[in-house]
Design a protein around this ligand. Structure first.
Ligand SMILES: Nc1ncnc2c1ncn2[C@@H]1O[C@H](COP(=O)(O)OP(=O)(O)OP(=O)(O)O)[C@@H](O)[C@H]1O
Ligand SMILES: [Mg+2]
Length: 167
C-alpha cells in the first residue's frame, strides 16, 4: 500500500523497541559464562533457562537476556556482525547484540547475547515484511524472526544475506 500522507501516529520502529544502552548494560560476561557452563554440562544453574534449540545453537535466558551457544564456530560471529551492521544502517528488523569470548581448554567459544524477543501475536505488517526480505534475502524463515507490533524482528541473523548496507 502506498502512503501519500504522513501517518499521524507512526508505529514505533523496532530500532527504538530495544534500547541499545539498556541492552549493553544488561548483557554481561558473567551471565555469558553461566550459559556456557550450562551448555557444556559443567554446572546446573536454576537461573539459566533453556528457551530454544536450533540446528546449530542452543538459546538460554539469563536475567532476561538471551545467550546463544553452539559448536559451529562461525555462527555467532556471523550473526552478531550482520545484525550489528544492519542496526547501524538503521534497519528496523535488527535487534542489538553483542559477542563474548570464553577461552576454554578446547579453544575460544563465542557466546552471542541479544534481547529476548517474543512475538506479541500481531500480524506482520506486509510492508515491513517486504522491506525485511528485500534487505536480508528470503532465506529467513518464520522460526528466525518474531513480530512485535507488526514489525518483524530477526532473532537469528545466520540466514540474513548481507546487502549493500553491510559495512
Ligand atoms: N532472541 C531470542 N528471543 C527469543 N527466542 C529466541 C531468541 N533467539 C533464539 N531463540 C529461540 O531459540 C531457537 C534457536 O535459536 P537460533 O535460531 O538462533 O539457533 P540456530 O541453531 O542458529 O537455528 P537454525 O536451526 O535456524 O539454524 C529459535 O528458533 C528460538 O525459538
Ligand atoms: Mg534459527
Amino acid at each position: 500500500m502506498e502512503h501519500t500522507t504522513p501517518d499521524p501516529n507512526p508505529r514505533p520502529v523496532a530500532n527504538r523497541l530495544f534500547d541499545n544502552d539498556d541492552f549493553h548494560r544488561r548483557a554481561n560476561a558473567d551471565d555469558a559464562l553461566r550459559a556456557y557452563f550450562r551448555w557444556a554440562d559443567v554446572e546446573w544453574d536454576e537461573e539459566v533457562q533453556k528457551i530454544g534449540q536450533g540446528e546449530d545453537r542452543t538459546a538460554f535466558l539469563v536475567n532476561s537476556i538471551v545467550y546463544k551457544l553452539g559448536s559451529r564456530a562461525s555462527a555467532n560471529a556471523y550473526d552478531h556482525q550482520t545484525l550489528e551492521a544492519a542496526r547501524r544502517a538503521g534497519k528496523p528488523w535488527a535487534p542489538p547484540s553483542c559477542l563474548f569470548e570464553i577461552t576454554t581448554e578446547f579453544g575460544v567459544q563465542h557466546v552471542m547475547a541479544m534481547p529476548y524477543i517474543v512475538s506479541d501475536g500481531t500480524d506482520a505488517d506486509p510492508d515491513a515484511l517486504a522491506r525485511m526480505f528485500k534487505d536480508a534475502g528470503d532465506e529467513i524463515d518464520f522460526t528466525n524472526y518474531s513480530v512485535i507490533n507488526g514489525q518483524p524482528i530477526v532473532i537469528d541473523g545466520c540466514t540474513v544475506r548481507r546487502g549493500s548496507w553491510y559495512a
